[in-house]
Design a binder for this molecule. Sequence first.
Ligand code: HEC
Ligand code: HEC
Length: 322
Amino acid sequence: MTPFQAGGWLSLGQAPLLYWVLAGIAMASIVGFMVWALYFPTMARPSNRGYHVLGGVVVLVFLASLLAYIAVPASGFGKTPTQRAWDWKAGEVLSDPGNSGLQGEPYRGYQIYISQGCIYCHSMYVRLQDLKTGYTHFPMPLWSTQRNAPDLTIEGKRVPLMQWHIDHLKDPRKFQPLSIMPTYRYLSERQLADLAAFLVSLGNDPQALRAGQVGPKEPPGLSPEAQAGLALAQRMGCPACHTTNGMPSVGPTWAGLFGKDKTFSDGSKTTVEGNYIQESILDPGARVVQGFQPIMPSFAGRLSSEDIAAIIEYIKSLKETP
Ligand code: HEC
Ligand code: HEC
């Protein structure tokens, strides 16, 4: 095997011995040359030595940063995109020979993410609390310049839905009427899918991604109507704000929602049943659940009464999780 064979190493950690030997020889010759250039002519004029040492340090720092800027990006060489069709789905098995957690579509999405300037608004800043939520290996954290938008470190855990991300990228205001996020409709379908695959990969264990264990888990034993409701809820992007695992998100969780007693911001109360869910979908601002912001968009005109009935059936099937 030749050391720099195409499709070879995927990170510096996998670089062949020859790389380190060559890099070592290169560095040693640079340092050797500098010591020679700095010290040998100055033997006769020791008074200048301080300036030369200072100059040498500056040059060394410059070379070291040059190495960092070339060697680190070079570690991305060899990450050849997969040959598969573009429609990678959450849960589809990913090839991941480099154990980097990012390959193929997600890796291309990562590059699009950088090139489109998503980092100007979105941070991926791993804090202690992110580790607790299951943050896993990510090759290069993107800290972003400012936090103008939600942190995306574990976005894939929050919304493991390809189609939702594609729809959101095409028109963020469909989901958040006042969103300042630009529309990315000008990206090709393939680029959008790559970007979505990248977003789905965030915060998800590469092992689980590869094993196809990422993505919404269907509760067993759903009636056909509840199944249709689940599909609709996913298509409309409800999981972006509602979980089914008991954890509140942007909106209240749906686990055990049916039959629960709810208090609203004006102090009134109700027990959740079909009509209330329908009202929440068509006119979310009418009664706002205590402790939440009135930001849910209305789905009036986008969901028929059969659609809403199916979603109600689905929510009914979601039991409180222990
Ligand atoms: C001008 C700032 C800005 C830029 C640039 C931007 N976003 Fe956003 N993004 C936002 C804001 C604000 C929100 C929250 C409101 C919303 O959901 O639209 C958001 C929400 C999101 C969400 C949903 C987050 C959640 O958990 O609710 C995702 C995913 C996302 N952006 C991805 C991207 C990607 C990918 C790019 C680059 C292609 C990008 N954003 C560029 C401002 C931005
Ligand atoms: C942008 C975030 C967002 C999206 C998308 C969203 N919701 Fe909501 N939803 C909320 C918030 C916030 C609340 C709580 C405030 C309120 O009552 O308006 C809520 C409340 C609800 C409630 C009442 C819950 C309770 O505990 O009483 C139901 C039912 C509901 N949403 C259904 C849906 C359905 C169905 C969809 C998809 C078709 C959806 N939501 C999409 C944010 C969202």
